[in-house]
Ligand binder design. Sequence first.
Ligand code: SAH
Ligand code: SF4
Ligand code: F3S
Length: 477
Amino acid sequence: MSPDISLSNAEAVNETRRQHEYIEKAKGYVKKLSEELGRPLSFCVTTFGCQMNARDSEKLAGILEQIGYVEEADEKKADFVIYNTCTVRENANLRVYGRLGQLNRIKRENPHMMIALCGCMMQEPDVVEKIRKSYRFVDIVFGTHNIFKFAELIVSRFESGSMVVDIWKDTDQIVEDLPIERKYPFKSGVNIMFGCNNFCSYCIVPYVRGRERSREPQAIIDEIKNLVADGVVEVMLLGQNVNSYGKTLDNPMTFAELLREIEKIEGLERIRFMTSHPKDLSDELIEVMRTSKKICRHLHLPVQSGSSRILEKMNRRYTKEKYLELVEKIRKAVPDISLTTDIIVGFPGETEEDFEETLDVVRKVRYDSAFTFIYSKRTGTPAAAMVNQVPEDVVKNRFDRLLKEVQEISAEVCSVHEGSTQTVLVETINDHDSSLVTGRMSNNLLVHFPGGDSLIGKLVDVKLEECKGFYYLGRMV
Ligand code: SAH
Ligand code: SF4
Ligand code: F3S
């Protein structure tokens, strides 16, 4: 649990109080059912999508544990299955429908099982209609703006016995001080803002996450202090566009200023953040990164396309040249920085020449890694209505060429650290070989090296002995 005592307004304080009452009420129902079954009730949350969703899932798990559910890794055995969904690309949606089909079969055998759907996909009215009509075995449906009401919705479901659907169109309410169950004891995501105002023409996020709103700096700092007191050494500051943090606050503050404040928190060792929009990345931020002892040497800077013509149609509000200038400026200030990116292939109207421009940026920047996506048409976004969508086979061919280029460069870029010694945060026991542990470097690369349980959560120095493409093998020094 990570209590956060600074609250933004009286309404939110009231809401927090109300929700704590629902948590108590839900506890009663869970206790009763668990006595009937003669065992504790279990839950399993599956997260689709980005880190914002992962953090939301920790909030859901926090509430569930408070009301008496215990976590169960195997969804087939769980009494309460929750899908926290993503809708950024079509295939994210298809996966959810596929898995719901399987859940239906399991639920027929365990009628007391509950299923909740939440997250970005549920903010789309068509999806909710389809769930109501064709997936009637689902118990609770809610969206991205009201996850703080989860306990209340569970109570409604227990009391009504039928499907509970509660979707908010948008909100500027930020409800603090609810339970959170962190996945890792030593690192944590921290929301600094919600929503997005950029409306990149291909992107559905602004429609499903609502308008941009920043948390009060004091609430963020108090949360991080509490996390540190609880053993956290690394935080990842989360927002769709962290570089525009603070613009909507009553007392505006820049992201760079926020970072300076967070840097002062004693006991906090590492700071990461994502995502940075190139159009808002300020000189002030570069200066803070240059002088910081805690900000990690990694910047995720999505380019999306290398063609200025396509960037304009994407409504990204920078050109190829501006992006490359920015990269140069960052590299000059922070020479050892690792850069990663997101790229979309096959945006409507993308020609071979446009695509070549993207390859050119990849070759010039030489990213440590890049997430490459095939353009996916999202109904309701401006790009979905654009004529000249690119044929599938052309897109596939470009995608393969891009991936090859990205991977070749990234293997070369990653190997430059061979022989050096780096401080790593040990995260887990290695999946394949339990005599090894896996640590993360400041630049986000992973290294596997001999070690045991007791190292997890510690910062240790490791010599990088052998590069294996995208990760290293090493030994502690
Ligand atoms: N706010 C972040 C991105 C969030 S979505 C930013 O602006 O960088 C994560 C990534 O998904 C985006 O960077 C983009 O590359 C990809 N994406 C978003 N919409 C998409 C679509 N319709 N088709 C394919 N990829 C998409
Ligand atoms: Fe989507 Fe653009 Fe907002 Fe990122 S900045 S979430 S890509 S609209
Ligand atoms: Fe997906 Fe929503 Fe994140 S659409 S990428 S989970 S903000």
